[in-house]
Structures are given as structure tokens and as C-alpha cells.
Design a protein around this ligand. Structure first.
Ligand SMILES: [Zn+2]
Length: 420
């Protein structure tokens, strides 16, 4: 038996208690007597809640294992308090058939540190022309479909995908970025891009795709998820769609809750991601949207790139930053959600979306558990991930994952004095 001792349990009621775990399940919540053979994890001062779920990670396997692979990404996820991650299909080859999806499932299960669920491409080869093998992907266990990295620009193709995926019962997730409006933009289009003389990427490129997609949801009834919302105008569209009762959900990435386009002034490629960092008004709107539930969940968009790839001029640098190991602390620092809302946005809502058995911890729950100390400050420097392209390096953040359990097994335990 493992006993998580003295934490604040995010359960049916919110109180300080011990949580006992045995044979993969929560077997007791309350005052638990510890026997000589039990493993005890001190949770005083920490929150003990359901394991974190990340709907958006790039594990780079197959095809780009020098950046990350399923084993190293799983280790980084466990260190970040995650027990389930959804792998994006922009691998090489892309996850556009059941065979590749099964490979990702199997590698995740072999590693055994986090539940790895692949998402499937909407279009064959993510080329945006023909539908991927959607039924084959579904049969392999894929539930979320996306061409992430690119928008599905062809409205006719997206409509057919939505018709099909609605019938299967799946979710269409969209990386909303109109290719024409985005052009060759490297950063948010606004005062800072003008000052730097850099080509900008307007907020409208995101908003206009979500506007269009809402029309297609009205038509098809397909469940729809907006990936990494970055612009306040997009948030207004999502809010209206939800008010109209449409099956729409949304995620936000931790970096969009903290940084603005001012970070690009450093010309450091860790400030380059798509969608780009926007303005203070956008950051404020995203924080408010996460608090009030217009945004359902946080997803990292963990996008590893090796040092030599990022060590080039800003315009040539690849897009994206890592986020698994810093996400919980970053969200705690920038938004400061109360415990119940924190676990709702980081675990329960994304888990529900995937149809997982996630919820507040009760006796009988699957023992996917995250122990998170909301008051412990630290400064990220080194990472478990193969890559270190993080905008939080050298920035103090508050909140530390003290332990992660997957199916009752400890997959991560923070040792005092250890770096990352
Ligand atoms: Zn994306």
C-alpha cells in the first residue's frame, strides 16, 4: 500500500486527509494507519488530486527522435505531474493510419510512465487534400483528430471530416491559423512587430478559422476543440458558440498565459511559437477565460527542438517550446487558480473530453494522482526532456510537482535539492 500523507485532497469534499492506494485504486481517504510495509509519501502543504491530462504534446516519435521520443517525453510528462498525454500526429510519418497510431500506443504502454494516446491526422499525410484513414484510426483507439501544425484550410474537406468524425463519435481539434492571413509571419502582428520590422501574423488568422469552423459545427453537429487559443477575439467567438449550445471546447497553453510579444524583442528563438505570443490584453483575456471556464483546459503544446535547431536567427528558427515540466507551476504562477479549479482545468475537463475515468479522488478511483505543492518556488534550468527550449529558464515560478502516480505506481517523486 502507498499512503499519501496529510495533503489537501481534491475529492468529493476538499479537506486535509491521507489517501491510501492499493492495487491501482484509491482504497481509503481519511486518517490512514501506516503499516511497516507501506510506502509513505509526505504530502503536507500540497494538493493531492487526479493526475494531470495534457491534450497537446509533440513526442516526435516516429521520425525526429533527436528532439524527443516517447520514452523521454513520458519521463518529462511524469515529472510534470501528467498521467495522460495526447500525442500530436505531425510525426514522420504522420499518424494518419491505424498502424502508426498502434505503434504510438504500444511504445507508450512499454514505457509505462504515462498513458500516451495518439491523436490522428484529419488529412492524409497532413497534406490537406484527402481524408486520412479515419475509420482505421478510430478502430486503433484514436478519438481526437487534428492536422496540428497546420489548419485544415479546405472547408469542404473539413466538412466531410466533421460529418464522418461526428458519426464515429470523435472530436475534431483545430490548429486555427488561416494560411493566407498568416503568410510568412514570425510573430504577432502589432506595435512590436512594426518596431522590429518583422513580418507579423495577425490575430485574425486564428479567429477567422474558428468563426468558419463554428458554421461547420452548426451544420454537422461534430464535437470541436480549439487548440492553443491565443487571441482575445477568438475567445469571444468561443464564448458565443458555447452560449448557443454548440459542442465546443478550448485549450490554452501556459506560455500564452504568461508572455507577450515583448519577449520577441530579445530575439531569442524560445519566444517563437505558433500561434505567436500576443499582447497584454490577450494574456489578461486568456487568464479570465481560463478562470470563468470559457477555456476548458490547459494543454502544453510541448514542442521539443534541439539546441542546434533553435540556435539560428529568429526568422529561421523552428516553432514551439517545451512545457511539460513547467506547466503546473507556470499556470499556478500566472493565474493562481484555487485547488478545485486547478484540477478541473488541468485534469478533469481534458480527461472528460477524452472519455477517461477522471474526476475528483474518491474511494475506488483509478490511482492516477498528482501531488502538487502550490507554494514551493523554483527556477527551471535543466530538464528531463531531451530538449531545453523553454522560455522559463532562469525565471522563478511557484508550485512544484512533488509526486506522480500512474495506476498506483509512483512514476515521479521530487527529491528536495534536485534541480528539475
Ligand atoms: Zn498547433
Amino acid at each position: 500500500m502507498i499512503v499519501l500523507k496529510g495533503g489537501t485532497v481534491v475529492g468529493s469534499e476538499h479537506r486535509i486527509a491521507d489517501v491510501a492506494v492499493d492495487a491501482g485504486r484509491v482504497v481509503a481517504i481519511g486518517s490512514v494507519d501506516v503499516g511497516p510495509h507501506d510506502q509513505v509519501i509526505d504530502c503536507s502543504g500540497a494538493w493531492v488530486g487526479p493526475g494531470l491530462v495534457d491534450l497537446h504534446v509533440h513526442l516526435r516519435e516516429p521520425g525526429q527522435e533527436w528532439k524527443e521520443d516517447i520514452a523521454s517525453g513520458s519521463k518529462a510528462a511524469a515529472a510534470g505531474g501528467f498521467t495522460t498525454v495526447v500525442a500530436m500526429p505531425n510525426t514522420e510519418p504522420p499518424i494518419d493510419s491505424g498502424q502508426i497510431a498502434r505503434y504510438v500506443f504500444d511504445r507508450g504502454a512499454e514505457t509505462g510512465l504515462v498513458r500516451v494516446i495518439p491523436s490522428g491526422a484529419i488529412s492524409l499525410g497532413r497534406a490537406g487534400a484527402k481524408l486520412a484513414h479515419l475509420d482505421d484510426l478510430w478502430a486503433a483507439g484514436v478519438r481526437m483528430f487534428t492536422d496540428d501544425g497546420d489548419s485544415v484550410a479546405d472547408s469542404g474537406l473539413l466538412r466531410r471530416a466533421m460529418d464522418y468524425i461526428a458519426e464515429l463519435g470523435g472530436i475534431v481539434a483545430q490548429h486555427a491559423e488561416d494560411p493566407g492571413l498568416a503568410g510568412r509571419g514570425h510573430m504577432h502582428e502589432g506595435a512590436v512587430s512594426s518596431r522590429l520590422g518583422m513580418i507579423g501574423l495577425p490575430s485574425m488568422a486564428e479567429t477567422i478559422i474558428v468563426e468558419r469552423d463554428i458554421r461547420l459545427i452548426e451544420l454537422t453537429g461534430c464535437r470541436y476543440h480549439v487548440q492553443h487559443v491565443s487571441a482575445r477575439q477568438t475567445l469571444d467567438v468561443i464564448r458565443r458558440a458555447k452560449e448557443a449550445g454548440l459542442p465546443v471546447t478550448a485549450e490554452v497553453a501556459p506560455h500564452h498565459l504568461e508572455f507577450t510579444d515583448r519577449l520577441v524583442e530579445t530575439m531569442n528563438p524560445v519566444a517563437k511559437m505558433y500561434p505567436p505570443l500576443r499582447t497584454e490584453a490577450d494574456v489578461a483575456a486568456l487568464r479570465a477565460g481560463l478562470e470563468d471556464g470559457t477555456i476548458d483546459c490547459v494543454a502544453t503544446d510541448h514542442a521539443p527542438h534541439s539546441a542546434h535547431e533553435k540556435d539560428v536567427p529568429f526568422e529561421e528558427a523552428p516553432r514551439g517550446v517545451i512545457g511539460l515540466e513547467t506547466a503546473a507551476a507556470a499556470v499556478n504562477t500566472s493565474v493562481g487558480l484555487p485547488a478545485v479549479t486547478f484540477f478541473e482545468r488541468m485534469s478533469i475537463a481534458p480527461g472528460r473530453l477524452l472519455g477517461l475515468e477522471t474526476g475528483p479522488l474518491v474511494v475506488g478511483s483509478v490511482a492516477d494522482i498528482t501531488v502538487f505543492d502550490p507554494n514551493l518556488s523554483w527556477t527551471p534550468g535543466t530538464f528531463v526532456s531531451k530538449s531545453a527550449n523553454s522560455p522559463w529558464i532562469g525565471t522563478e515560478i511557484t508550485g512544484r510537482v512533488r509526486a506522480t502516480l500512474l495506476g498506483g505506481q509512483v512514476t515521479f517523486e521530487h527529491k528536495e535539492g534536485a534541480s528539475a
